[in-house]
Write a protein that binds this ligand. Structure first.
Ligand SMILES: *[C@@H]1O[C@H](CO)[C@@H](O)[C@H](O)[C@H]1NC(C)=O
Ligand SMILES: *[C@@H]1O[C@H](CO)[C@@H](O)[C@H](O)[C@H]1NC(C)=O
Ligand SMILES: CC(=O)N[C@H]1CO[C@H](CO)[C@@H](O)[C@@H]1O
Length: 379
């Protein structure tokens, strides 16, 4: 990354040692900077379920499969025209993930397109998106061992009217954060790894949430200090920045070269095991609002949640210093309490990845137990 910038970060962080990010946590935080008051739409949830009805000719395996028979989960969302679009992850029975598209006129009732819009293909990314062991072994229905594919999309608009998706490419061994762009949400051009630098190419990376500004119902990638910013990671949350949305540089400390953690797990809280970005990071007049997913640890946990429960919380970062945590919720604002959130492929999961402002309401879309998709609405 840019040397000057790396040094600046290091200097700023060393000024508030030790532990830049987690110490703010327990201060008496006023919650007026948060986006809360979401109510789960119980009468129609879950809004998306897997089905064996949709067929797809897999260009890698060469076979026709029921591409979303096993699970649908972890959707990105955006508004285009008069509709809400969900880009959701779907798994076939073998556990390969692809990304499908569903459309809604009211944000609640969705119609799926019959074919996925992004999937492992016979292309240069196949090496990251397809598990080589698949061709050798018959995969058991009940193992996660061979899971692969393209997972967990997040989406923002760009200033030139295109859409940028970040997603996880998974080869069964290493998850790598990737990008794709589209003008129409149907046709996607894969743009490869987000972390292209040799030091990070084989690094486990996931969950890229860009800093955006809200323009009506559009969430548009926004620059701070002449750079775009992306929060990413699924243990701690790290940062990358870019001038062109294509070439990203990880924010590292200049001496140790370690990645700068913007947010870390907190012992004793709902986010004691891991933290991971939600939909996108929204510029507000109070700072950068990041909705994040969190998992509860087996030790030094929130004792009111069972271990490994996925909930979501919110954090606020300084607008001129995106690595500087200002505030953080002391408790989650959404957690699993419905049957379909508690039991599924992975139990006890509400995983938030889609957020839209549509017809004067906020709609939050989330994966439930890694098996279905639900919505919560803020009037
Ligand atoms: C699962 O894998 C087996 C063995 O490779 C293959 O025969 C089958 O068609 C695959 N099913 C799906 C849904 O991909
Ligand atoms: C929470 O952590 C304590 C130890 O700190 C452990 O005894 C307990 O079982 C944990 N609770 C859950 C729900 O994981
Ligand atoms: C982005 C990502 O990989 N998220 C994972 C976090 O954990 C939840 C719960 O198991 C999964 O749903 C996600 O796939």
């Amino acid at each position: 990354m840019n040397r000057l910038f790396a040094i600046t970060i290091a200097a700023l962080l060393s000024a508030c040692q030790p532990s830049a990010s987690s110490t703010v946590a327990t201060s008496n935080v006023s919650d007026d900077w948060t986006l809360t008051g979401f109510v789960k739409a119980d009468s129609i949830n879950p809004i998306l379920k897997p089905t064996a009805a949709l067929k797809f000719l897999c260009p890698v395996g060469g076979n026709t499969i029921n591409w979303e028979e096993r699970n649908v989960l972890n959707p990105a969302a955006l508004v285009k025209g008069d509709s809400v679009y969900l880009l959701y992850r779907a798994q076939d029975l073998n556990g390969t993930s692809r990304i499908g598209l569903a459309v809604s006129a009211d944000g609640l009732h969705f119609t799926k397109l019959p074919q996925p819009v992004l999937y492992p293909d016979a292309d240069s990314l196949q090496v990251y998106e397809w598990n080589k062991l698949r061709s050798k072994k018959t995969v058991s229905k009940n193992t996660q061992k061979y899971f692969d594919g393209v997972e967990d999309p997040r989406i923002v608009a760009t200033e030139n009217g295109a859409y940028l998706m970040t997603y996880t490419a998974y080869d069964g061994k290493t998850a790598r954060l990737c990008m794709a762009i589209s003008k129409d949400l149907l046709h996607w051009q894969k743009k490869g790894l987000v972390l292209k630098e040799p030091a990070y190419k084989n690094y486990w990376s996931k969950s890229g949430a860009l800093v955006v500004k809200q323009a009506g119902s559009q969430m548009v990638a926004a620059k701070i200090n002449n750079r775009y910013w992306m929060y990413f990671g699924d243990t701690d949350i790290f940062l990358a920045s870019s001038t062109d949305l294509t070439n990203w540089q990880v924010a590292t400390f200049s001496e140790s070269k370690k990645m700068v953690p913007a947010l870390q797990p907190r012992p004793g809280y709902f986010d004691s095991r891991l933290v991971e970005p939600g939909p996108f990071a929204l510029l507000t007049h109070k700072g950068i609002l990041l909705i994040y997913n969190a998992s509860n640890a087996a030790d030094y946990n929130d004792t009111l949640l069972s271990k490994f429960t996925y909930t979501a919380g919110q954090a606020l970062f300084d607008t001129s210093k995106p690595y500087q945590l200002l505030k953080r919720q002391t408790n989650y604002f959404i957690h699993p309490d419905k049957d379909y959130e508690k039991v599924g492929e992975v139990n006890e999961v509400c995983f938030v990845e889609g957020l839209v402002y549509f017809k004067n309401k906020w709609f939050l879309y989330y994966g439930t137990a890694d098996s279905k998709i639900a919505v919560a609405v803020k009037e």
